[in-house]
Design a protein around this ligand. Sequence first.
Ligand code: BES
Ligand code: MN
Ligand code: ZN
Length: 495
Amino acid sequence: MEFNVKTSAPEKQRSACLIIAVSQTRKLSRSGELLDSASGGFLSGILRSGDMDGRPGQSLILHNVPGIQAERVLLIGAGKESEMNERAFIEVLNSVVSALENSAARDACSYLTDLSIKERDTGWKVRHSVLQVWHSRYQFERLKSDRPNQKKGLRKLTVNVPERRDLAKAELAVQQGVAISKGMDLARDLGNLPGNICTPAYLAQQARKLGKEHVKLKVEVLNEADMRELKMGSLLSVSAGSRQPAKLITLQYSGGKVKQKPVVLVGKGVTFDTGGISIKPGAAMDEMKFDMCGAASVIGTIDAVATMKLPINVVGIIPTTENMPDGLATKPGDIVTSMSGQTIEILNTDAEGRLILCDALTYAKKYNPRFVIDIATLTGACIIALGKVPSAVLGNDQALIDELIRSGKQIEDKLWELPLWEEYQDQLKSNFADMANIGGRDAGTITAACFLSRFTKKYKWAHLDIAGTAWKSGDEKGATGRPVPLLTQFILNQL
Ligand code: BES
Ligand code: MN
Ligand code: ZN
């Protein structure tokens, strides 16, 4: 899919399809008005006929509109002007994609930038046009032998920029939108691949491949012997029950000055989570192939950052393993020593994410981080608390948390903060070790973060629980690519 920007008069624009917003009630956008005059009132005539009044979700494709150069005009309902906001704009873009799904139009020119959204400039609208159109055209079909949908739909979208002086900003917005979309595609593909293909070794191989695509990206993979040497007893306790060897992948993107402290991203890479000996119930267990979506988001974000060649240093650290039951698997009650030296009583082998993250977080110290952000499908409790709208954020530095929340709002990939108060730490008490790996039923997302906080005292840290946002279930089952947009936006904000 190709995207570009242009400032053009709609009536003179050659295109297979012009995309024009209609607000409620029957109100053509600025470009719509221009088309209407050029066509001698053709569009207002259609509106008056009652087939289209501008409600959200409405769409109408018109052919042979007189007096203009384009083959078609797509009228798209945008709802009330007073209610136009970020979500509504994204819904409009989704309606455009579905309206054009079965059309023969292969290219289109969008005048949706006419819609005004409070506090959002043309750059925002351009970037989201790219992101949303790209996102809704995604399909994961590489494992199907029959791929009927391959060649359908749009191939090229031109986004109109009302003011010529905004063109440079809009071009940058396209570049960013494309880079973030590619990163999201990569994250979604890795997430959607099943556990028998996307193993720890596969993730390592994909990371290495990415390292070859970007000059400033160096990839290193540690194996279990290396981890043993580093005394990563907690990480290794999770892979003990698996035939697939664990890996610790680091991706080092050096776009900034040598001495600049890096932003470190740590992603949970459990390529399949059966629960281990504390085995999970069977229902929907297939979805535990998505338990490496934190890792995938780190890889996708680094891809986006490297594609944009941003002048910043970013390090990705990915502890990756399966969580399987086996004769050698860790048992409830087993006590292990983490790389930090702290001992952990593993009361539930299904709380494995924190066990691999804690050693990766200790390891992160060696990069002298500016911040460390870990991203993990860590707790089912997060879905109970917040549902599938925001990811949860917790951490030890309020400024970092606030900046992450702000970044999420900017790119519609939202976060909500949960409290990481001292009082919750008590729930991790163990009679036999420095801590237990679970804290009981109450506040499961918070106690998981409490556990991690014991390994992140030496730097500014935030934890993102993406259990509810990394993938969708049901008919639309599949990885979402979140929080690649949020993380990329956060990094852009650090420049
Ligand atoms: N990967 C799961 C968390 C999860 C479950 C994410 C369902 C999304 C959907 C994690 O490893 C896990 O099993 N967590 C346990 C922790 C519990 C044993 C303290 C959970 O949430 O049940
Ligand atoms: Mn688990
Ligand atoms: Zn898990």
